[in-house]
Design a protein around this ligand. Structure first.
Ligand code: NAD
Ligand code: ZN
Length: 349
């Protein structure tokens, strides 16, 4: 089969590979919708997780099952399915401990385009099909369905990690597709003020639609100073963009007892900087939690229900549409180059 792969750090290309083998608890799918992710860009061009050779990229897909393992209970060939970007081993101690995304080791629930071939191929393999697939709800558009693979669950996880409560003042740093979903999730969770930090006009517009009450442009100076001038310290910060240095501003704007939820994939830099005095010399009760999004069927079914009841419309993230597997290359290059009008591309097959 044909797939679009990372050949080595900084290099991509089309390769031929054997179609993956279906184990007893697995599924083999063909993609019916795909999207590239900023994480693919960090992986290939920043070499963020180290070198990979001939590894098929991509982890955001909607699929149709073409082969199903003999022990899979709830899915059959021909089913159209949502697939989580993170596909943990649900029968693992890490899962029993509440951290399925780290089953098999740190970040090891993230298998597609990390430890095994991803979804930018004619066929892809899903481990633990009963745990990692969900039926595509009748009537759901493929754009929303594809955003349920990663953008929605990651943005939502930012709000979970920051523990957004009714009436919280929240800053969301970075309003690409992930940050925009974090804005929407904060609004759904009951934040009163949501400061969206970003600059691209269509992202700013969408942030307001998803519930941002104010927009801060990081090109206009220190974002902590800008926010604190308007509202004082915030209760919670979600980091969905920026660098290892972004934690400085996040700590500076956070009140004692506040929480920072980081969902940004730090592609470069060896250390995260925490400002000592603003962190209360180590005694400020300013918590930082960073997390890979949890995968799994139950969570995806619940997030899909938010879409089906009209509480969340992630299809609004899609700014560019393509057709055919071969266009994943162009779509990924768009993610790399980030033209000003891009939020998220979608490929239909
Ligand atoms: P994106 O690049 O589209 O958005 C990031 C935004 O941050 C951009 O708009 C950029 O202009 C902005 N930004 C850059 N520097 C900034 C600064 N100093 N202050 C404020 N904003 C700044 O990326 P995305 O697709 O929205 O993804 C966001 C991050 O989430 C990426 O690092 C991605 O790899 C990561 N991610 C993590 C998970 C997870 O499970 N935790 C899953 C998917 C993606
Ligand atoms: Zn991703």
């Amino acid at each position: 089969m044909k797939g679009f792969a990372m050949l080595s750090i900084g290099k991509t290309g089309w390769i031929e590979k054997e179609r993956p083998v279906c184990g007893p608890t697995d599924a083999i799918c063909r993609p019916i919708a795909l999207a590239p992710c900023t994480s693919d860009v960090h992986t290939v061009w920043a070499g963020a997780i180290g070198d990979r050779h001939e590894l098929i990229l991509g982890h955001e897909a909607v699929g149709e099952i073409v082969e199903i393992g003999s022990l899979v209970k709830d899915f059959k060939v021909g089913d159209r399915v949502l697939i989580t970007a993170i596909t943990p081993d649900w029968n693992s101690l890490a899962a029993q401990d509440g951290y399925a995304m780290h089953s098999g080791g740190l970040l090891s629930g993230w298998k597609f385009s990390n430890f095994k071939d991803g979804v930018f191929a004619e066929y892809f393999h899903v481990n633990d099909a009963d745990g990692n697939l969900a039926l595509l709800p009748e009537g759901m558009d493929l754009a929303s369905a594809c955003m349920l693979a990663d953008m929605v669950p990651t943005g939502v996880h930012g709000a979970e990690l920051a523990d957004i409560q009714f009436g919280d003042k929240v800053a969301v740093i970075g309003i690409g597709p992930v940050g925009l979903m974090a804005v929407a999730a904060s609004a759904i969770r009951g934040a009163s003020e949501i400061f969206a930090v970003g600059s691209r006009p269509n992202c700013v517009e969408l942030a307001k639609e998803f519930g941002a009450t104010d927009v801060i442009n990081y090109h206009d100076g220190d974002i902590a100073e800008q926010i604190m001038k308007k509202t004082g310290s915030v209760d919670k910060v979600i980091i969905a963009g920026g660098t290892v240095d972004t934690f400085i501003q996040a700590i500076n704007m956070l009140k004692p007892g506040g929480k920072i939820g980081n969902i940004n994939y730090l592609g470069e830099g060896d250390y995260v900087k925490i400002p000592r005095t603003q962190w209360g010399c180590g005694m400020g009760h300013k918590q930082i939690v960073g997390g890979l999004m949890p995968g799994g069927r139950l969570r995806m079914e619940k997030l899909a229900s938010l879409v089906m009841t009209g509480r969340l419309n992630p299809s609004k993230l899609i700014t560019h549409r393509f057709e055919g597997l071969e266009s994943v290359e162009e779509a990924l290059m768009l993610m790399k180059d980030k033209p000003k009008d891009l939020i998220k591309p979608l490929i239909l097959l």
